[in-house]
Design a protein around this ligand. Structure first.
Ligand code: BES
Ligand code: ZN
Ligand code: ZN
Length: 504
């Protein structure tokens, strides 16, 4: 079972003149078309060696006139296009560049237009996310480089002040502290997703949730197989039948101290610890990746971890149905008909369309628990990857107000999402001759029919479904992020809860 994620790297904010910062490397964003004259960089611009292109990195040693041992000129692209999302990437790429060269301490210079809480927070998030490596099971210490300290530095507000206004260094310091909480929560989710299925069974996910909840001051309840049977969750139990690992439904709850708001947000996350496909078994090529089929559930746990610390004004509860989808001798078969908790019957045409079956019962349960609004996240379909590639989360909404809230939060957090259609006409595709609906809808519009299936169980509760099959896992590392789990959409969910305010 993973420990609650905690990287040793320290992060902080300092108000200090740049030339006085003692650090291994001072990271200085440089822009296209804006010649940097300091640190002896002017000649590099003149020769074209440095152009300020996005994520171009140039390391200068012993720059004259400053206390830092090195300066890293970090390409920021066109000044007009540089936003907090770009800063997040720049900081991550700079940290990873310096870490590969064994630099242990670094400071990022926040200057001019970037000296705002949004940029400061994004820089720290980028650094913490960039620092993460899915290397828990590599035993050779050699390939495990680490960074001790990442500082965000801005010039003091007035020269005489020197040190910033206390407490916590004002708005920039507060943004850095918030960023730490959010990025740690995202890495917590990534660490869970990276766990292989032999080590992270549904029972172990429940253990991790209990530990996280206890440490965060959250409520946690785990419903076991017997309780799920009593509740009539035939859709969830049918999926679990083929595995020796018992299923569960994890419930983690946060309540604001002031109970003035009527909003109770439910976060429902797909927790399939391994998806072999079941009897409709998947091809072996790439099947090892299906340990990430619990990324939606992990994101909900990550979001709750941050929510516990940031304390939004609304109540938030995570519901995570956890199962392993295996083709054991008791496994459900194509053609089986199960009865979901809502009372609807489902013909299981394909046992590999298991996510929607477990989510059907979890969504119904969240509604029964009086959630007023629902968001689910699930690695639900290969079809969403066909539609949107790996760049956008597929967003499906039954309610325009919620859709706008989620899209706004996603935009602010640099987690790209794209609204997909959810029209009732698609329900046609899910017709079954023998039950209320089939669990698959044929060849076309696979991500949409999956969402339409879920909608049958979300009912009239305002609801957003996020298909993260294409975005929860990175197949190749980026300059700013390691290969493997991304932790999407933790940041969006945290912001969604924080920005909701006290009203519906
Ligand atoms: N977990 C998969 C979806 C998936 C595919 C996630 C690729 C990540 C990468 C899901 O349970 C599944 O198998 N879906 C099927 C549905 C089909 C049988 C209708 C799919 O997408 O092929
Ligand atoms: Zn599947
Ligand atoms: Zn799956």
């Amino acid at each position: 079972m993973p420990d609650p994620y905690a990287r040793p790297m320290q992060t902080s904010f300092e108000h200090k003149p740049l030339e006085q910062i003692e650090t291994g490397a001072l990271i200085v964003p440089v822009f296209e078309g804006k010649k940097e004259e300091r640190f002896g960089a002017g000649a590099l611009f003149d020769s074209g060696e440095v152009a300020g292109k996005p994520l171009e990195m140039t390391l200068l040693h012993h720059p004259p006139g400053i206390a830092a041992e090195r300066v890293l000129l970090a390409g920021a692209g066109k000044p007009g296009k540089f936003d907090p999302a770009e800063m997040r990437k720049l900081a991550g790429a700079a940290l990873r560049h310096l870490k590969s060269k064994s630099v242990k301490t670094m400071a990022l210079a926040l200057e001019a237009a970037c000296a705002s809480p949004e940029f400061a927070g994004a820089a720290v998030e980028g650094a913490i996310l960039g620092d993460y490596e899915p290397d828990r099971y590599k035993t050779g210490e050699d390939d495990k480089k680490s960074v001790d300290r990442f500082v965000v530095a801005a010039a003091p507000e007035s020269p005489e002040v020197g040190q910033a206004p206390s407490p916590a260094n004002g708005p920039l310091g507060a943004a850095v502290a918030r960023a730490r909480i959010v990025a740690d929560a995202q890495n917590f989710a990534r660490e869970l997703v990276n766990e292989p299925a032999n080590r992270l069974t549904p029972a172990k996910v429940a253990d991790a949730a209990r530990t996280m909840a206890a440490e965060s001051g959250l409520e946690c309840q785990v419903l076991d197989r017997e309780q799920l049977e009593r509740l009539g969750m035939g859709a969830l139990l049918g999926v679990a039948q083929g595995s020796a690992e018992p299923p569960n439904l994890i419930v983690v709850g946060y309540k604001p101290s002031d109970v003035g708001s009527p909003v109770r947000l439910g976060l429902v996350g797909k927790g399939v610890t391994f998806d072999s496909g079941g009897i409709s078994i998947k091809p072996s090529d790439g099947m090892e990746k299906m340990k990430y089929d619990m990324a939606g559930g992990a994101a909900m746990l990550g979001a709750m971890r941050a929510i516990a610390r940031l304390k939004p004004a609304i109540a938030v509860t995570a519901y995570i149905p956890c199962v392993e989808n295996m083709p054991g001798s008791r496994a459900q078969r194509p053609g089986d008909i199960v009865t979901a908790m809502s009372g609807k019957t489902v013909e299981v045409i394909n046992t590999d369309a298991e996510g929607r079956l477990i989510l059907a019962d979890a969504l119904a349960y969240a509604r029964r628990q009086d959630c007023t609004h629902l968001v689910d996240a699930a690695t639900l379909t290969g079809a969403i990857v066909v539609a949107l590639g790996h760049l956008n989360v597929g967003l499906f909404a039954s309610d325009d107000g919620m859709k706008d809230r989620v899209l706004r939060a996603a935009k602010a957090e640099g987690e790209r999402m794209w609204a997909m259609p959810l029209e009732d006409d698609y329900k046609e595709y899910l017709k079954s001759a023998f039950a209320d609906l089939a669990n698959v809808g044929g060849r076309w519009g696979g991500a949409i029919t999956a969402a339409i299936f879920l909608k049958e169980f979300a009912g009239d509760t305002p609801w957003v479904h996020l298909d993260i099959a294409g975005t929860a896992w990175l197949d190749e590392s980026k300059p700013f992020l390691a290969k493997g789990p991304t932790g999407v959409p933790v940041r969006t969910l945290v912001r969604l809860a924080m920005d909701w305010g006290g009203t519906s």
